[in-house]
Design a protein around this ligand. Structure first.
Ligand SMILES: *[C@@H]1O[C@H](CO)[C@@H](O)[C@H](O)[C@H]1NC(C)=O
Length: 203
């Protein structure tokens, strides 16, 4: 009995080892390493959309993780990166509805959003294709705040029809209040980046 348990444990360990390390091969190290925070800022700035996860409040999948796609933009009016993740939500839509009940959201960004991992022959699941998971709370932006018009105008530059979403379908502009960032990039396994490091990084 104990022998078969030992064999089973050994097998499990072997399987876990394969699983854990196969994804963390060293191949694809960047020629000029940059900091995790700068890399995270680049991934966000180059993305026009993100996959997002929320805790579902939908009656068919209550409390399951829910995933969706949101149009995003982190640009100042002149197009430079602010790192501030802006996105439109509507209360009737999956993510907006979930956040009204449980204000927790995770944004996913991958370098493959530009197609560059595929071009380099790197599978998006490998750390050689950098990815970040940014978790936080949603903050609905006040249309009367001084920055609001600039943020909305910057958002419209990237997303041509977003004015129509706002006017005809009651979408509203939001900003992510970042609580944690995980990064999986190149060697070393998953790491964290604080919101302070992220915002103070210079592209
Ligand atoms: C773009 O605007 C931001 C603030 O709105 C400013 O900090 C930055 O210096 C500007 N960049 C350029 C290249 O003008």
């Amino acid at each position: 009995m104990s022998r078969s348990i030992a064999i089973l444990a050994g097998l499990l360990f072997a399987l876990l080892s394969i699983d854990c390390c196969a994804g963390y091969s060293a191949h694809g190290r960047p020629p000029h390493p940059i900091s995790d925070a700068v890399l995270a800022r680049q991934l966000v700035h180059q993305s026009n959309w993100a996959a997002v996860g929320s805790i579902s409040h939908n009656e068919k999948i209550t409390d399951f993780p829910m995933v969706n796609i949101l149009a995003v933009d982190d640009s100042a009016l002149n197009g430079s990166s602010t790192g501030r993740i802006h996105f439109l939500l509507a209360d009737f839509e999956f993510t907006g509805a979930d956040l009204l009940h449980n204000n927790k959201i995770t944004f996913f960004f991958s370098e493959e959003q530009t197609g560059s991992c595929n071009r380099r022959g790197v599978n998006p699941m490998e750390p050689a294709c950098p990815r970040i998971m940014i978790s936080g709370r949603n903050r609905k932006l006040d249309p009367k705040s001084p920055e609001y018009n600039d943020y909305m105008e910057a958002f419209n530059k990237r997303h041509k029809h977003s004015n129509i979403w706002v006017e005809a379908h009651h979408f509203y502009l939001n900003e992510l209040e970042i609580e944690n960032i995980f990064i999986v990039a190149y060697q070393g396994g998953p790491r964290t980046i604080s919101a302070e490091e992220y915002y103070s990084a210079h592209l």
